[in-house]
Design a protein around this ligand. Structure first.
Ligand SMILES: Cc1cc2nc3c(=O)[nH]c(=O)nc-3n(C[C@H](O)[C@H](O)[C@H](O)COP(=O)(O)O)c2cc1C
Length: 257
């Protein structure tokens, strides 16, 4: 079974590609997902595929792992994870390993997978140029085949299977808490009423069902359960949604899936 969280579709695409190669099933994680996987046999694998946010795990994934049943005698199952990212993951693999270990689960293999960047909310961060996307896509296809071979053989990953980037400790243990504290609340989302047509696509796209539409104006209202995937920002056909000042005039990615 592959459990997947995805805001804008990269991780979902990776999960479905892996599932095709491994003949597995994909289940999407949301806050309502029951995390009690029904293990069908000793051979069954438990895969997690999700994006890296602020050099750590999205909040919804942290919640999912915290609700996993404590592993008992069946703790020998094969557990692996694929962390999609725009650039690098810092020490997200270690944060994940520790979170799983606290539930008694052992992470046997972890891979980072560079895909289209979706983060646009700080100065210097924007979506990738088309040429970069092309390069990342073709490399990701090869990486997914490598991951499928390793997982198919119930293998372990090597340190080369993750890209921590520069200053990984600083990013994941010093910057990440600040990022989570100040830059992930949905209070900073803003809808430009003059551009919004009230189509409701943002509401339908939000994987956490965190958006309600204003009964009169039909503009989005965020409800405080945001994991900061930016699905609402990217999906808006009129670019009517911003996240603070710095996301203005940035690009949008096409949502996959
Ligand atoms: C809030 C947020 C934070 C992000 N932080 C990182 C990061 O720390 N490192 C990185 O390489 N990419 C980062 N990204 C980019 C995403 O991890 C990457 O584009 C991912 O593949 C998106 O997956 P999805 O389409 O399944 O949501 C971030 C994206 C968002 C929306």
């Amino acid at each position: 079974m592959i459990y997947c969280f995805s805001g804008t579709g990269n991780s979902l695409h990776a999960a479905h590609t892996l599932a095709g190669l491994l003949r597995e099933r994909v289940i999407r994680i949301t806050d309502e997902t029951q995390p009690c996987p029904a293990w069908q046999g000793a051979d069954e694998t438990f895969g997690l595929v999700f994006p890296v946010y602020g050099w750590g795990m999205p909040r919804v994934v942290e919640h999912f792992i915290a609700r996993l049943p404590q592993a008992g005698s069946d703790g020998a199952r094969y557990v692996y994870a694929v962390l999609t990212c725009g650039d690098d993951i810092g020490r997200t693999d270690r944060l994940l390993r520790k979170a799983l270990w606290q539930r008694g689960w052992r992470l046997q293999a972890v891979f980072s997978l560079q895909m289209r960047n979706t983060y646009v909310c700080l100065p210097g961060f924007d979506i990738d140029a088309p040429k970069t996307v092309e390069q990342k896509d073709s490399q990701a296809r090869l990486r997914l085949q490598h991951i499928a071979r390793c997982v198919g053989a119930r293998g372990s990953s090597t340190p080369g299977d993750v890209v921590p980037g520069a200053f990984p400790w600083t990013k994941s243990y010093l910057l990440r808490p600040l990022f989570n504290r100040w830059l992930t609340s949905d209070r900073h989302f803003h809808c430009h009423a003059a551009r919004c047509t009230g189509c409701g696509l943002c509401k339908r796209t939000c994987p956490l069902h965190n958006i309600a539409l204003d009964p009169q104006a039909h503009t989005p209202r965020w409800q405080g359960r945001c994991t900061h995937c930016l699905g609402c920002y990217h999906c808006c056909p009129h670019h009517a949604i911003d996240y603070g000042f710095f996301s203005r005039h940035k690009g949008q990615v096409k949502i996959i899936g």
